[in-house]
Structure formats: structure tokens, C-alpha cells
Design a protein around this ligand. Structure first.
Ligand code: SF4
Length: 674
């Protein structure tokens, strides 16, 4: 068992691993108890350590404002991987890891969260977090084990994809070893490259893989002493035989939830994986289409790519078609088990390929939003993205912007110079594969290959949709917020989700910023009108706080479809011995979000970055409540209401009073916010 550390609540190791790749220096440092108290764990501790790193660059006089000046792909960026006191305990879904960095895609606060089991093996080596600085001159990987923590020569991994790297290190260090790895995407510094956990889970958003690539860091392998456990303050809270225990209550709630209950009780995620929600998202007319121009899909097409289609693909494929064999899997200690391992088999029964997924977002962004409805092709495309280590949301969003841009430009009679450049720079592509456009499944795999390898037009697509579309004179065709591509739910169909996209500090995303879209058919705000302005800011703010708490306590968002924060607090207290409730956890979340926002402001962000692309304000679509778009005046009102409810000024800047109230003033001390 990991020892209980003096003064720290149970669940902390009290130590941070610090690795300087430039000087090959490895040391253990104490975790600041004040930071642990103020930020709890995961994303909270992550932003605190990220901010501290950039603040230290200011204080040592290297930069006037390092937040804005440090190139995210330079050695002065930092990678922080953080766990939570609950990591590796019996709290459901407690295997998640959080990563922070300055994002090369957005230029601001970078953050991503992944499942699997890496966090557990890492923490059992006696660390709450690892801080990686500098840059190695040659490719390396890091080994973290009870007998050795070292920076090792990675030349044998240099030509491997992410899956091959993970398999190679597992073969060398044993099956229990857990590996984070980048693929060619990260090595080539694709701005939306991810860090892979296993074959299909990812620390996906914001381009963390490119930051690893810029440091020549290819993988981190963690393996712990067998039998190591994490101490908990109140083991009785986890006693499933005791009907009064927090864990018994939580298991019952998970078993009753529409999404989270077990397969035999028709739980959606358990029965069909995350893809199980696709049919419902479409029923609510939320499922994006053709670079988010509309949400119109035929029932036949939806039936080809739904969760039901994946579940019965092997049985229902017609003679001569590829079949997908599906096996259920899960992250560490997860009763929901939404993961899927799949195998694609040809008409003669031979295995063509296998991997993890496809997930709901991947099928939507690499399928529905490109008018591609071939599930075995989308599955292969998603495997390929995982091997390159590319975030499937940004990848699909960038390809969609390319298709719309090319279609627009190729129809125009009079071209401006940047548009001529597009036609010139796509000449090779069109000569080889035909004209890019929606509904062309045959060009999907070649485009992903070009992006992963940064070749031909792929070199420009690798910069993400905003830079790509701007290069050719049409930034408005990038469906992104803060340059981060939007996920699968059209914002015009849910104003609360739209506002969460806009306010989110890492950019256009449904997880960190709040996940309200499916609540209409799932839980919580089902009764809240999707297009109401009054009161929606508070709905969005609460959703943001709830999802932030999940990242801080190291739990998976899917559990929060069935559980309330007070119920999570009971488990958190069982681990730590603290006295948290939903109020104290939300306060930590508000502190975390406020520090993230301060980081962004120091990077040069303003309230102009808190807006969706014009399309969502100017172009109406069919929703279940008639033809609608977002309403700019109404949204401005919601912005101000949201800002004020967070304790920020009317331009979204945290006020001095709020920084003080949230005890952030010490961290920010000496840094000019003007
Ligand atoms: S619900 Fe799915 S993504 Fe979340 S922890 Fe469980 S298996 Fe992993």
C-alpha cells in the first residue's frame, strides 16, 4: 500500500515527479499542500502547475509575458500529467489521467483527459503528477517503475505508429505495463495530434501530441509493484454488502440510469458503446452534417452508422460486404463499459484490421459530417487516426472544412488570390484521387494518410481548420471556437450547449465546457427549452462546473449522466476523509476555470474569442422547434450573465476581487494582468 502522507488527506502520495529532458535530470519534489487543498486533483492540480511553470518563466526574467510569448512547440512549454486522490481506488471510472500544456492549436490553455489504466500504474509508483520540461535532442521514452525511473533511448520507436509503440513497450516491460504514446501525427507536429492510451483511447484535444513530438518524447511506460494499493480513509464507504454505504447507493444509481445501467437492462452505453447515442442525437436533429451546414440525414443512412448497426454488423452484413466483429471492453474499474474492441473481416472471413472503437464522435466527424455512411470504412479511418495519433474530432472537422472550401471555390467564376492558391495546392490531390467533396468515401483514407505524414495538401490540413481555411481566404468555414474544432452536436439545436462551446477555455468542446445537449433525452435539464435565452446561462454554468468537477476528481463524464455531485462527494470523502459536498467541489471547479481563463487572457485571448462561427448566427436550420439559428443579441446577454455568475467582468476577465475570493492571488502574485 502507498503510505499515507503526513498532513495530506488520504489518497495523495504528496510527491511530484519532475523530468527535465534537456539536462536529463529526474527528481522528486513535494506536492504543495496548499495547491492540493485549493485544486484537489486532475485538471485542478494540472492548471495550477501549468500556471506556476509559466509564472516562473516571468519571474526569472526570460520573458516579459511568457504566457503569450512561449511557442507551444518550443522547449519552454511544459507537459503536466496529473492524477487525483481517488485515482486507482474503488470509485467507479477512477483510471483517468489529465494532461495540461500550452496548446499549439489554440495558442492558449491546453488540456485533455483520457481513460484506460495508465494513471493507476503511474500513481502506484508514488506520484500525484509528473511535470516534463525541456527538449531531448534525440527521440526518447520515459520508464517509470519501482526499480527505475529513467529517460531511455527511443530510436527503436521512431518509425513505429502509436499502437506499435504501445505493443512494443508492453512486450518489453510486461502485460501490466501501461503506455502513453504518440504516433506519426505527434512526431510530425500535426497541430491536433493526440497522445494515445492503448489502441483507441486518447488524450485527444488541443494538440498535446505535437508538444510531445516537439520535445522528442515518444512514450511514457508506467508499471507498478504488483499488489500496491491506494489507502482510503473510510473503506466502509466502499463496502457493497452494506446497503447504507456510498458505493452501494452509487452502484444502484448507475444500474438504474438510462445510459449507464448494464446491458441486460438495456443500458445504452453498455449495450452499444458510445455510438449507442447516435440515433437519439439524430432524432433531436442535433447530428451535424456537411461541415455543420445542416443536420439532415436520411433514416436509411442513420441506420447504417448507428450503435444498433455496429452491434449487429457481423450478423447483418450482406454477402460480399465487410463485417465488423465487436467485443465489449472498459477502462479501469468502470461498470458502464462503453468501450468496444472491433475486428474488420472480409467476405472470405479473413481479418483485414482490428483496433478500438469507433466512438460516437469519430463516427460523426469522420462519417455523418462528411456525408459518409459506410461503417466499416469509418471504423478503419478511426483505427488509422488512432495509429497516427490524431484527434478524430479536429481531424474530421478539418477535412469537412476542406470539402466545403474546395466545393465553394471550384464553383466560383472569379477567384481571389488565396482561392487560386487552394486550387494550385490541391492539383496533385485531385489528379490522384479526384475532387475533394462531401459524400466521397474513397478519399477519406488517403486524406488521413496525407495529414498524418504532413505531405502535399496534408501539410496545410495538419494546421487545423482555422489556419487552413484562413490560408485560402475563408476563415469563416472553420467550425471552431478558439481554433478548436466543434464536436458532433449542432449548437443551433441547444442554446445551453452552444453557450458551453463558446465559454469553454480550451475551445469548442462539449466535455470540459459542459455537456448539455444529450440531457434533453437523458437526464437533468430535459424540461428546459432548448432555445430559451433567460436562465440558460445558469444552466450552462452549472454544466461547466459539473464537468469540471468530474475532471478534478478523476471520474468519467458518462457517470455524471446518472449521478449527482453530492453522490460523488460521498465517494471522494470515503477516499480522502474530507468533508466535501457539491458546493465545495463546485467552488474548486470555479477556481480551476477562473485560473484557466486567466491563463488564456495572459496568452492574449479576449471576449471576442468567446463566439461561435458566424454560420450559427446567420444560417437557420430545421430544428424540432422550427427553423432557427442562434440569436446574437440574446447570446450577448447570456455571455454577460455567465461572466457575472463566475465573478468575471462584462468582458469575461476574472476580477481582482474574484481572484482574491478564490485564493488565486498568491499564484498570480507579480504577474501583470493589465
Ligand atoms: S464510461 Fe466508457 S470512457 Fe468512461 S470510464 Fe467507462 S469505459 Fe471508459
Amino acid at each position: 500500500m502507498i503510505e499515507k502522507v503526513d498532513k495530506f488527506p488520504c489518497g495523495y502520495t504528496g510527491k511530484i515527479l519532475s523530468i527535465d529532458l534537456t539536462n536529463k535530470n529526474i527528481k522528486t519534489e513535494p506536492l504543495d499542500l496548499r495547491i492540493a487543498r485549493l485544486f484537489f486533483g486532475g485538471r485542478g492540480i494540472g492548471i495550477a502547475l501549468l500556471f506556476k511553470h509559466f509564472a516562473s518563466l516571468t519571474r526569472n526574467g526570460k520573458y516579459k509575458n511568457p504566457f503569450a510569448e512561449v511557442n507551444p512547440l518550443s522547449e519552454n512549454n511544459v507537459i503536466i500529467l496529473s492524477t487525483s486522490p481517488t485515482t486507482g481506488t474503488r470509485m467507479p471510472t477512477s483510471g483517468r489521467i489529465h494532461m495540461n500544456f500550452k496548446s499549439p492549436l489554440t495558442g492558449g490553455y491546453g488540456s485533455s483527459n483520457g481513460g484506460g489504466k495508465w494513471a493507476v500504474e503511474f500513481k502506484k509508483n508514488g506520484f500525484d503528477a509528473v511535470v516534463i520540461t525541456g527538449r531531448s535532442p534525440k527521440p526518447v521514452y520515459i520508464l517509470i517503475s519501482p526499480t527505475e525511473i529513467s529517460i531511455r533511448d527511443g530510436s527503436s520507436l521512431a518509425r513505429l505508429d502509436a499502437t506499435e509503440t504501445i505493443n512494443f513497450l508492453k512486450e518489453n516491460y510486461g502485460k501490466r505495463a501501461q503506455v502513453l504514446a504518440i504516433g506519426k501525427g505527434g512526431k510530425n507536429k500535426v497541430l491536433f495530434s493526440s497522445v494515445m492510451v492503448d489502441r483507441g483511447k486518447a488524450l485527444g484535444r488541443g494538440g498535446g501530441g505535437a508538444v510531445w513530438g516537439s520535445k522528442n518524447l515518444l512514450a511514457i511506460c508506467a508499471v507498478s509493484e504488483p499488489g500496491t494499493t491506494i489507502p482510503v480513509a473510510h473503506p466502509e464507504s466502499f463496502d457493497l454488502k452494506n446497503k447504507k454505504s456510498a458505493m452501494y447507493h452509487i452502484k444502484m444509481k448507475l444500474d438504474m440510469g438510462k445510459f449507464t445501467r448494464r446491458e441486460e437492462n438495456y443500458g445504452i452505453l453498455s449495450a452499444m458503446g458510445s455510438l449507442g447515442i447516435l440515433g437519439m442525437v439524430n432524432n433531436y436533429k442535433q447530428l451535424i452534417h456537411n461541415n455543420m451546414k445542416d443536420t439532415n440525414h436520411t433514416p436509411e443512412n442513420i441506420n447504417r452508422i448507428s450503435g444498433e448497426a455496429l452491434r449487429s454488423h457481423y450478423k447483418n452484413a450482406k454477402s460480399g460486404e465487410k463485417r465488423i466483429r465487436v467485443k465489449k471492453s472498459s477502462c479501469f474499474n468502470c461498470p458502464i463499459a462503453c468501450k468496444r474492441e472491433t475486428t474488420i473481416i472480409d467476405e472470405k472471413g479473413r481479418i483485414i484490421d482490428k483496433g478500438e472503437g469507433p466512438e460516437f464522435e469519430s463516427v460523426t466527424l469522420l462519417g455523418a459530417n462528411l456525408s459518409i455512411y459506410d461503417l466499416s470504412l469509418i471504423t478503419q479511418a478511426s483505427y488509422l487516426a488512432n495509429r497516427y495519433g490524431l484527434d478524430t474530432i479536429s481531424l474530421g472537422g478539418t477535412i469537412a472544412s476542406f470539402f466545403e472550401l474546395y466545393t465553394l471555390v471550384s464553383k466560383k467564376e472569379k477567384l481571389i488570390d488565396p482561392e487560386k492558391l487552394l486550387l494550385k495546392e490541391t492539383e496533385n490531390f485531385t489528379a490522384k484521387y479526384g475532387k475533394p467533396g462531401f459524400g466521397k468515401p474513397e478519399i477519406l483514407i488517403p486524406i488521413i494518410d496525407l495529414i498524418g505524414n504532413c505531405e502535399d495538401i496534408g501539410r496545410h490540413l495538419a494546421q487545423g481548420s482555422y489556419r487552413f481555411c484562413s490560408r485560402y481566404g475563408h476563415p469563416e468555414l472553420s467550425m471552431s471556437v478558439k481554433k478548436l474544432e466543434l464536436p458532433a452536436y449542432d449548437p443551433r439545436t441547444s442554446f445551453s450547449q452552444a453557450l458551453c462551446y463558446e465559454m469553454n477555455n480550451r475551445g469548442g468542446c462539449h466535455l470540459e465546457g459542459g455537456y448539455t445537449a444529450p440531457h434533453a433525452y437523458c437526464a437533468g435539464y430535459g424540461e428546459w427549452p432548448a432555445h430559451r435565452i433567460e436562465g440558460t446561462a445558469l444552466i450552462s454554468k452549472n454544466a461547466t462546473l459539473k464537468n469540471t468537477v468530474m475532471d478534478i476528481i478523476g471520474a468519467c463524464t458518462y457517470g455524471s449522466f446518472s449521478l449527482e455531485l453530492d453522490e460523488y462527494a460521498a465517494l471522494v470523502n470515503g477516499v480522502t476523509g474530507d468533508n466535501h459536498d457539491s458546493g465545495t467541489l463546485k467552488e474548486i471547479a470555479r477556481r480551476t476555470i477562473t485560473l484557466e481563463r486567466t491563463f488564456n487572457y495572459l496568452c492574449g485571448f479576449t471576449d471576442r474569442d468567446d463566439w461561435l462561427p458566424d454560420r450559427f448566427y446567420n444560417e437557420q436550420i430545421d430544428t424540432n422547434e422550427g427553423r432557427l439559428s442562434c440569436d446574437r443579441d440574446g447570446f450577448l446577454k447570456m455571455h454577460i450573465e455567465y461572466y457575472r455568475s463566475m465573478g468575471w467582468d462584462d468582458h469575461g476577465r476574472p476580477t481582482q476581487e474574484t481572484l482574491k475570493e478564490l485564493k488565486l492571488d498568491k499564484l498570480i502574485d507579480g504577474i501583470s494582468l493589465i
